[in-house]
Design a protein around this ligand. Structure first.
Ligand SMILES: CC(C)(COP(=O)(O)OP(=O)(O)OC[C@H]1O[C@@H](n2cnc3c(N)ncnc32)[C@H](O)[C@@H]1OP(=O)(O)O)[C@@H](O)C(=O)NCCC(=O)NCCS
Length: 289
């Protein structure tokens, strides 16, 4: 049974979430929805009288919702809870007038139960991306100048990409729908002749200002080996650059990055990951199994 999360349930949620991976993310999600006013809400699932799972719903814009932070107590896993809980979340999403719910999950064998839940609920695999974080810059490479590009949305739509990555509290992907045109176009630039999306943000971390740059690449650079060092020259002095791009390029992309930045490897100047983005269009109030 789904219930709204409140602070009094924290000890129950912490009990199992602290034993699962990425506990920090659950704390970040709760802070985002309870203290920072991020649109959406946190929920728990009660089974046999006990709190057996936690998950949240974020509203990314007026069309799209994002399901994040699903954690099922290991003592309750493989009993259909994530499936029933997600179905109940879809009702929350539908009632809030959103027409699509999405989520991302790592492209990794251990995530097979999540893929299975997506299958059971009729979600579609929208995109698979490499999403890499870089915080070391190549030496002696000039930063490319970003030149504004008026209608990057049209170019994104021509690519195979169905969703677009952005960060705000967490990592999200929203649909490339016509309603998002103005929002997407604000991020459109050309770098060394390549159209892409680039968003620069600032946040405070432990009292220090950090710069976060998020980039979506959707068309393949003709000279990927030459382009990657130029892109990495944008890594801020204090902060990081996140690059989201089709997973098919990842080997070549990362090889070019390692060539440009000596010593670059996982957790040393970079964090490489690959994600599946699942989505489901929600009907007009009609219940679906
Ligand atoms: C992923 C997770 C939420 C699933 O919760 P759950 O309540 O066990 O999910 P369900 O019982 O509804 O469904 C799990 C399905 O995966 C299947 N499954 C389990 N292990 C599997 C494996 N190794 N390979 C393939 N399928 C597997 C189960 O058999 C079940 O399918 P079935 O109903 O057809 O038998 C839970 O494992 C969890 O909390 N994991 C840790 C955190 C996490 O990864 N969260 C997701 C972040 S995106």
């Amino acid at each position: 049974m789904i219930e709204r999360y409140h602070a009094g349930l924290w000890p129950d949620v912490r009990r199992f979430c602290s034993r699962l991976d990425n506990f920090f993310y659950v704390k970040l999600i709760i802070a985002a929805h309870t203290r920072q006013g991020f649109p959406g809400s946190c929920w728990v699932w009660r089974e046999d009288g006990r709190i057996a799972a936690f998950a949240a719903v974020a509203f990314l814009n007026k069309d799209d919702a994002w399901l994040w932070g699903m954690r099922v107590d290991p003592a309750f896993q493989n009993r259909g809870i994530a499936t029933r809980f997600t179905r109940a979340q879809l009702e929350v999403v539908r009632k809030a007038g959103r027409t699509w719910a999405g989520l991302n999950t790592l492209e990794r064998r251990g995530k097979a139960p999540t893929y299975r839940v997506m299958d059971k609920l009729g979600f579609r695999l929208e995109d698979t991306y490499a999403t890499d974080v870089y915080w070391r810059r190549p030496k002696g490479i000039a930063r490319p100048r970003a030149v504004r590009l008026p209608d990057v949305f049209a170019l994104c739509r021509e690519s195979r990409m169905k969703t677009v990555f952005f960060q705000h509290n967490g990592w999200f992907y929203t649909r490339l729908k016509p309603e998002r045109r103005a929002w997407v176009n604000r991020a459109g630039v050309v770098l060394d002749g390549l159209p892409l999306l680039l968003v620069r943000g600032r946040r405070q971390e432990k009292g220090r200002r950090r710069t976060e740059i998020a980039v979506n690449l959707f068309s393949r650079p003709a000279d990927l080996r030459g382009f990657v060092p130029r892109l990495l020259a944008l890594v801020p002095q204090r902060g990081h650059l996140v690059v989201n791009y089709p997973v098919e390029w990842s080997e070549e992309f990362r090889r070019a990055a390692r060539r440009a930045v000596p010593g670059l490897r996982q957790n040393h100047g970079s964090w490489f990951s690959a994600w599946r983005v699942y989505g489901r269009v929600l009907g007009s109030g009609r219940r679906q199994k």
